[in-house]
Design a protein around this ligand. Structure first.
Ligand code: SF4
Length: 276
């Protein structure tokens, strides 16, 4: 079967989100079977449902497979330096508080290289929505171990099995001060889009983790093809709505999902006195 490139499709056939996509940039760089397309569609679908939010939205991506997503959109966007998406986003928000600033990046970018920026933006309660696509590994750079790789898992840099514990990202976000915390997987597109929509309607530092399959590296080094990776996420996902974030670590047997935190706290930009 031959695969027709996007620009070879007959006139009139397109994607429902074409109005938000720079279709001239397609096909995208992601591997066949990657979960990042689903996560991106959930974000754009939520924005499509909220035109007033969408029209003042800015997307900020870091470096890595996920960070490439923002450049495929017709929204204002910044593809920033490694680990620095949140500082760029903070500057945007403080320069123009009317903007709806959304950070869309990966676990390595946001929590390994950019971990320090994450905790301090949460502590300050900067009015940002941060969406982390967690694929358990460094994808774009070749499948190295990450701070989200589970103990015992294999990667190019842990061929004998990872000796470290992984971050529980919702617990980290809550402890640092996030006012909204949730986790879903790429197999929960309806719930993910609904959660993004809810988060876009709130203020303060909001965090959503989306677990995405990376068959090319995480799957390959852990003996899973695409189907195996999808079943891995499907069979372990367990509803844990309202659970304390400290009680939702990802283990080999269980991936707790749901919205864990909904809080009100005065955002940082509201604390800045007006210029005299
Ligand atoms: S390396 Fe993994 S995360 Fe990156 S595009 Fe390929 S499948 Fe997706």
């Amino acid at each position: 079967m031959s695969i027709r490139l996007y620009d070879e499709w007959p006139d009139g056939i397109g994607h429902p989100l074409d109005s938000l996509l720079r279709t001239e940039q397609l096909p995208h760089v992601w591997c066949v079977g990657c979960g990042l397309g689903t996560a991106t569609a959930c974000l754009l679908g939520a924005l499509e449902e909220l035109p007033a939010v969408r029209d003042h939205a800015v997307l900020v991506g870091g470096i890595g497979c996920t960070g490439r997503a923002v450049g495929y959109t017709k929204l204002d966007n910044f593809h920033t330096t490694h680990g620095r998406a949140i500082p760029f986003a903070t500057g945007l928000k403080l320069a123009d508080p009317s903007l709806n600033v959304i950070v869309f990046s990966g676990d390595g970018d946001l929590f390994s290289i950019g971990g320090n920026h994450f905790i301090h933006a949460a502590r300050r309660n900067v009015d940002l929505l941060v969406i982390c696509c967690n694929n358990f590994i460094y994808g774009m750079t070749g499948g190295q171990v990450a701070c989200t790789t589970l103990p015992g898992d294999h990667s190019t840099t842990t061929p004998m099995g990872n000796l470290e514990d992984a971050f529980n990202l919702p617990a980290l976000a809550e402890a640092a001060g996030a006012t909204y915390v949730a986790r879903w997987t790429s197999l929960h597109p309806v719930q993910t889009q609904r959660t993004i929509r809810e988060a876009l309607g709130r203020k303060g530092f909001r965090f959503i983790e989306i677990l995405v399959q990376c068959p090319t590296y995480y799957g390959k080094y852990n003996d899973m093809d695409l189907r195996g990776m999808v079943m891995y996420l499907k069979n372990r996902a367990a509803m844990a709505e309202g659970s304390a974030p400290a009680a939702v670590p990802i283990t080999k047997d269980r991936i707790p999902v749901g919205v864990f935190v909904r809080l009100e706290r005065r955002p940082f930009d509201g604390r800045i006195p007006p210029a005299s």
